[in-house]
Design a protein around this ligand. Sequence first.
Ligand SMILES: Nc1ncnc2c1ncn2[C@@H]1O[C@H](COP(=O)(O)OP(=O)(O)OP(=O)(O)O)[C@@H](O)[C@H]1O
Length: 338
Amino acid sequence: MSKKKTILRVENFSKSYEEGKRAVDQLSFDVKEGEVFALIGRSGCGKTTTLKLLSGQMRPDEGAAYVHGERILGPHERLLAGHDKIALVEQDYNLFNHQTVADNIKYPIRRTTKKYQEYRLNELLRICQLEEYRDTRPKELSGGQKQRVAIARAIADEPPILLLDEPFSHLDMALRSDLRRMVKNIAIEANISVVFVTHDTHDALAMSDRIGVMSRGKLIQIATPEEIYKQPKNKYAAHFFPHCNVIEAEELKKLGIDKPSGKYMARPEWLEMIEAESADHTAVLRHIDYFGNASYGEWEVDEGSKLWVHHDSFATFHIGDKKGIALKPDVDWWALDN
Ligand SMILES: Nc1ncnc2c1ncn2[C@@H]1O[C@H](COP(=O)(O)OP(=O)(O)OP(=O)(O)O)[C@@H](O)[C@H]1O
């Protein structure tokens, strides 16, 4: 990824809707050609505003963004809001409901030759698995199908950058997985850079090359999915992944682990249950979250801290079970910034 050229550069983007309250606060990051970049953060942290600024629908109060070195103009600087090289798919898809899927997809390339339109349409119907819906109108489609039409239309005239706002939020798990694969393939096959915002960490982990974690308008960490998962910057970033153990050094001391003061994190699979007789600490199972392929148990240790532990699908633990608990060899509690 590092050898690829930067296509999008964002420098100190800031935007306020109200005096003194920045929705986006001095955001800087870059995106490489063909890269999938996720912006994650809690509701209201400024994700959609960032996409609107990037797409040229909104003007930043400060800072600027550049595509291949060319500044993205705000709506006041152009006849039509938006940017030729950037396509935005918003949460409500904005499809033409009275036109067929084919007409929707061909709209951005309507000024090209009929032959090219037909060729590109067929290619997009194939990539987005929409062949059988070519003559269907959007109102007869499911949410996932509409989403695929919106993406096909957005990439019809081959923009180098695709922005997606919460692309899979209305879809069930199986469809999400199909669409994630589709978007990733689009990025690889067509060398399109994808910037998408989500509050779903599974989407971010599964699809992106890098993730930017946003909090209150600021980017607090930009890293690969693996780094964000294993080495989150602080408690906020750590807790994006559920069943996370964050614990103060004083609490760790009670578990026999000596660390300088501060907060520490362990993912549930870094811990393991062992025979109580051979452990210094005993834990009682208080709660189970069952997921089929695995479960997460909340274990109360020595009548004190509660820790989440990953159990594989063959585990047969029951509420009230008493076991020993240990950190797996070769892993360590990760120090978080305060
Ligand atoms: N049109 C607006 N007028 C005033 N304030 C706004 C407007 N749009 C957004 N905001 C505020 O700006 C902040 C950032 O909003 P934004 O929609 O960018 O967040 P978000 O991270 O996309 O949220 P969500 O995940 O809920 O969509 C929020 O505090 C929101 O209330």
